[in-house]
Design a protein. Structure first.
Length: 276
């Protein structure tokens, strides 16, 4: 039986309304609607969309649940229904909600939006989605590089690599399982650092890599192995999103090759074009 439970991070509607009103600081709900120019990321509708996304990610609105009506949300935020409609449309584009004519807007089965860009950081991704979580090492071992691993890390075939099998969770649910490969002996102590911090970024910093970038990410959909499906607490007939990635240090030297299987019903991946 799966050891993970349904999302545990939730909060009361009253506290949500208070935090939303405070963070939005809507001085005049008619300012935007009168045609004032604002950067998209700072507009009322985008801030409302982000707050609703945070509420979904933290489990306040659960998968399949209907959101409050446009009229109720408009009154709650002090804006007109057009602004709310634009916020909901944006959430729909992100794959967080779906609109059903005559019935309302419902939370999709996946509710965590993770961004892929030059500086992809798992914990930061979760924080931006309003979700608490981290990484857990399931297994650590030394392996000899196969051809694809050697090519990605620019080492010789048969070179020693540190292999970490990692479980990434958010809001009490497994979001991805990954196999991560690091060149040795450069990162010989990385496993202990990740175990202590729950963060690969912090572990890299302890090994003198204070910054790194994503060189490439390849995304495909496929069926998981029985082992991966069990770790993700899903049936093996449900597709997952497989992300193959390479991270490099500031000098362009590859420091990590990873294969990550994401639960397709709990995660949507957004490619940040402005960072590519």
């Amino acid at each position: 039986m799966c050891s993970f439970h349904d999302k545990t991070a939730s909060f009361l509607l009253t506290s949500l309304e208070t935090s939303l009103a405070t963070s939005l600081a809507l001085k005049s709900p008619h300012h935007e609607e009168a045609g004032a120019t604002q950067p998209e990321r700072d507009s009322y509708w985008s801030r409302i969309a982000q707050q609703l996304a945070n509420a979904i990610g933290q489990g306040h609105y659960t998968p399949g649940e209907r959101l409050p009506s446009e009229h109720v949300l408009a009154e709650q935020f002090g804006v007109n229904r057009h602004t709310i409609r634009r916020s909901l449309a944006h959430l729909g584009q992100r794959g967080l909600v779906r609109a059903t004519q005559g019935r309302g807007t419902f939370v999709e089965a996946f509710a965590v939006d993770l961004a892929l860009g030059k500086r992809t950081r798992y914990r930061q991704n979760l924080a931006q989605a309003g979700v608490r979580g981290g990484l857990q090492i399931l297994q650590s071992r030394t392996v000899l590089a196969l051809a694809d691993q050697a090519q990605a890390l620019k080492v010789g075939v048969g070179s020693p690599l540190l292999c970490l099998q990692v479980l990434g969770e958010g809001a009490g649910q497994p979001l991805h399982v990954s196999e991560r490969y690091f060149p040795l002996p450069r990162f010989s102590g990385l496993a202990d650092a990740v175990a202590q911090s729950g963060s690969i970024t912090e572990a890299f910093a302890q090994h003198g890599v204070n910054d790194y970038q994503r060189q490439e990410s390849r995304i495909s959909a496929r069926l998981p192995s029985p082992d991966v499906a069990a770790l993700l607490c899903q049936v093996h007939t449900r597709p997952v999103l497989l992300v193959s990635s390479v991270n490099v240090d500031p000098g362009g030297v590859p420091i990590e090759f990873a294969l990550a299987w994401f639960a397709g019903d709990r995660v949507t991946l957004t490619v940040k074009n402005d960072e590519l």
